[in-house]
Design a protein around this ligand. Structure first.
Ligand SMILES: [Zn+2]
Length: 269
């Protein structure tokens, strides 16, 4: 058993809150810092299924990527999804913490896990947020290299096979082999122009819309849309391992498990 504060300290070492975007809401969202924690369930979303999983497995804390509470709450209606989930969590004394854009940005976070999964090396900054006091650059997304140039079709298949998705959507911008790859996990369409500007051959992200695909083609940039879920879910296992290691250092006897059952909302039929 460890105090919730010890888990939050470990999470802070993995994904410092100061890295988060201003509009974000990371940190402890439900529960108390002095609450005892025996078992942690790591997930992408605090869905009803994840809450059920936590209850069934005896987890007393959920650590999620997406914040359960994002904007201000003006009512807690237990006949609506969020209120019902909060009711379940409080009833079972389950704490909830989130590491969102701070985990996207952090070293070893969502983007580094994605880069490694799809075979990128020589990683550098993509969308620079700011420079730290020690001179290191804090960046959303990454730019990396493939060991050798390949066709975008082959790379798209490689990305699909590496991620928890059965398909990717390829925006083929014409005859351009790919080697330099920009990535942004989750929803990164706003950085298409930036990906072209840094000289990437292909941009791997999720949630790309029609006119954004059009913009990429006009810029001569291939896009592989591997989905919001597909680009982010691999961090669940990685975060589970990091938390386990950090909490071992804290000499706490707490079990950390990864959500294995969540699936993408989208299916292709
Ligand atoms: Zn996301």
């Amino acid at each position: 058993m460890v105090k919730c504060q010890v888990v939050m300290d470990a999470l802070e070492r993995i994904a410092p809150k100061r890295l988060a975007e201003d509009w974000d809401n990371p940190g402890l969202l439900v529960g108390a810092l002095n609450q005892d924690i025996h078992k942690i369930l790591v997930c992408l979303d605090v869905s009803d299924e994840v809450v059920e999983q936590a209850v069934a497995s005896g987890a007393d804390m959920i650590v999620a990527h997406h914040p359960l509470i994002f904007k201000g709450i003006r009512k807690v209606r237990t006949d609506l999804p969020l209120g019902r989930r909060l009711q379940q969590l409080l009833k079972h004394d389950i704490a909830v913490a989130a590491a969102h854009t701070n985990l996207d940005i952090a070293e070893g976070g969502v983007n580094d896990v994605l880069a490694q999964a799809i075979g990128l090396t020589k990683l550098s900054a993509f969308v620079i947020e700011h420079q730290e006091e020690d001179g290191s650059v804090v960046s959303m997304g990454r730019v990396g290299s493939l060991p050798a140039p390949m066709t975008v079709q082959d790379f798209a298949a490689q990305v699909r096979d590496a991620l928890p998705t059965e398909h990717v959507r390829l925006v083929d911008a014409g005859q351009r082999p790919v080697r330099k790859v920009a990535i942004c996990s989750g929803s990164g369409a706003e950085f298409i122009q930036r990906a072209a500007f840094v000289g990437a051959d292909v941009y791997v992200t999720g949630d790309v819309k029609y006119h954004e695909a059009q913009q990429a083609v006009e810029l001569g940039l291939h896009i592989i849309d591997a989905g919001h879920f597909g680009t982010e879910f691999p961090v669940v296992t990685a975060l589970c391992e990091r938390l386990t290691a950090e909490l071992e250092l804290a000499k706490g006897t707490v079990e950390v498990i990864a959500d294995q059952s969540s699936r993408d909302f989208f299916q292709v039929v």
